[in-house]
Each structure stands twice: as structure tokens, then as C-alpha cells.
Design a protein around this ligand. Structure first.
Ligand code: RRO
Length: 303
């Protein structure tokens, strides 16, 4: 009998539909290996740029009701240093490298560099909610998404995923633009623009003042985005935003996701979240009499 949890993302075979979300544990070889060994079907790196970047001053993270608010500011060692560190490891699951850049041409350069060093896929981050000149500043405009995806598409053959922001009136037009420009898949969603204030000092808690909210608080927003995108595009969708249980994963899959990414729940539940979600999804499929997780992708649109 085949593996009931096996899923397919634009030709990329995953043993199960759980993935490490970008930004969490994704900067070192050791931590990526730990996540692979913990049962994730694939891992995504922290977003990398051509040049190293320090990020914002502390505080960059604060726990809030239902999740975590962050404004890290894209800290990363740069593509070259990251890839050199990773080259020494043998990851037992596909590695997707998340990339950010400031223009279509720079996205192409970054994509070319990363794919030349050997990755299984790329995720273009056009959705960080609090950086100047990149992230959602460029990814809120379908025309700019089109230009970015087209220029990256020209230089790489590996599967190209585009991670979208929910901080727009219509996320569907962004997904459609990415698909038309040659993207192989959509990751939905990045964090929701948010803030918290320390009432004693009356100051915003994060040094950047405004950040992005992740965790269970944003799950209904993310599920809605996946549901809407599924109705409009044919390419696979990766659900992201508040996946902290197998029930949450099943919701995303029934909304239209072929896989789900997990980030914030690692902080609250540890790496065992990957095995727990996989076992729970498998139990659900068996109980309902399905032979494969693929059979329930988008099921909520048919019932
Ligand atoms: O590094 C960050 O502050 C960050 C990024 Br790149 C992102 O895409 N989303 C987010 O919430 N934080």
C-alpha cells in the first residue's frame, strides 16, 4: 500500500503535507536537520537576500494572545553564506529556500544564485509586512508580482512558490498574477500587519513599532485566503498561518491547500507538532475511508 500522506507540490514529492514555515529555525544546518528528523515533509529557510542583513534592534518578538508578533527585519547571513553552511548537510527532506529582494532583477539574481547551489524549490517572499522597499511594499501590486515572478522564472527550473500577503483588499488578484507569470505554487499567507503597546510606558513594544502577527489568531484569515485562491488558480497552494493541530491542517487542506507550513506552533508545542499533525491527519483519513490526503484537497468546495 502507498503512503497515504504523500503529497505533490508542482512535481516536488513530499512524504507528508507538513512543512517548516520560513523564518523559524531556518538559518542553520543543524536546526533544519532537526526539523526534517522531527517529521516535516519539507523545510523552508529563513528569507535570504544577496547581502547579509542585521535586522532590527530588540525587541523583535512579543507573545500576544493567540500568537506571536514579530518585526525581525529580515536578519540573515546572505544566500552565499547560508548555502555554504547547508552544503555540508544531508537533509532527508526537500529544502525550499525563501528569497527576498528589492527589484525583479535582484530577485532573478538571488534565484539564480540559490538554485545554482542546489535547492529543491524557491519561495519568493513578496509579503513581509514591515520592511521598506521589499516584502508587501512590492507584493501588494499584481503588476509588480508579475514582473518579479517572470524574471525569476526565466533563470530557474526548480519549482517556484510565491508567498503572498493577506494585508490587501483582494489576495486573489495577487495569486492570479503569480500564476500567469509562471509560478508553480502559492504560499498563503505571510503574517498579518499588527502592533502591541506597553501601557505603562505608552510605547509600542516592538522596536519597529509595527510587525506581523502569526499563530492561531490569524488562522481564520489564512483559511479564507486559501479558500478564495483555490477557486481562482490551478497551481498548488501551501497553507500557512496558525497550523497548530491536525484539525487545523485538515481545515487548510479542505480549503484547498496541498500542504501546510508550521511556524509559531513550534514555539508553543515543540517539534513534536510535525508528528502529531501527521498522525492526526492519517487517523482522520483512515476514519473517513480516504486512500490519500490528495483526495481531500479542496473538499470544502465540493460539499
Ligand atoms: O524578518 C521578518 O521580520 C519577517 C519576514 Br522576512 C516575513 O516575511 N514575515 C514576518 O512576519 N517577519
Amino acid at each position: 500500500m502507498g503512503n497515504i500522506l504523500e503529497t505533490d507540490l508542482a512535481g516536488l514529492k513530499l512524504d507528508n503535507p507538513t512543512m517548516l514555515a520560513a523564518g523559524v529555525l531556518g538559518l542553520s544546518r543543524k536546526s533544519l536537520m532537526r526539523v526534517g528528523n522531527a517529521g516535516a515533509g519539507a523545510v523552508v529557510s529563513k528569507s535570504l537576500g544577496i547581502e547579509p542583513r542585521h535586522g532590527y534592534e530588540n525587541p523583535t518578538l512579543v507573545q500576544v494572545e493567540g500568537g506571536i508578533l514579530n518585526a525581525m527585519g529580515l536578519p540573515n547571513p546572505g544566500i552565499r553564506t547560508f548555502m555554504q553552511e547547508i552544503a555540508e548537510s544531508r537533509l532527508n527532506v526537500p529544502l525550499i529556500v525563501s528569497l527576498y529582494a528589492f527589484s525583479p532583477r535582484e530577485f532573478a539574481t538571488a534565484a539564480h544564485k540559490a538554485s545554482a547551489m542546489g535547492v529543491d524549490g524557491l519561495e519568493l517572499n513578496v509579503s513581509c509586512p514591515h520592511t521598506i522597499g521589499t516584502g508587501q511594499e512590492i507584493g501588494r501590486d499584481p503588476e509588480r508580482i508579475k514582473n518579479i515572478v517572470e524574471s525569476a522564472r526565466k533563470v530557474v527550473d526548480v519549482p517556484l512558490f510565491v508567498k503572498l500577503t493577506p494585508n490587501v483588499t483582494d489576495i486573489v488578484e495577487l495569486a492570479e498574477a503569480a500564476e500567469r507569470a509562471g509560478a508553480d505554487g502559492i504560499t498563503a499567507i505571510n503574517t498579518v500587519k499588527a502592533m502591541a503597546i506597553d501601557i505603562e510606558t505608552s510605547k509600542p513594544i516592538l522596536s519597529n513599532r509595527i510587525g506581523g502577527l502569526s499563530g492561531s489568531a490569524i488562522r481564520p484569515i489564512a483559511v479564507r485566503c486559501v479558500y478564495e485562491i483555490y477557486q481562482a488558480v490551478k497551481i498548488p497552494i501551501i497553507g500557512c498561518g496558525g497550523v497548530d493541530s491536525w484539525q487545523a491542517a485538515v481545515q487548510f487542506i479542505q480549503a484547498g491547500a496541498s500542504a501546510v507550513q508550521i511556524g509559531t506552533a513550534i514555539a508553543t508545542k515543540g517539534l513534536s507538532i510535525f508528528r502529531n499533525v501527521n498522525e492526526g491527519v492519517e487517523g482522520f483519513l483512515n476514519r473517513k475511508g480516504y486512500g490519500s490526503v490528495k483526495e481531500i484537497v479542496g473538499l470544502s468546495h465540493r460539499s
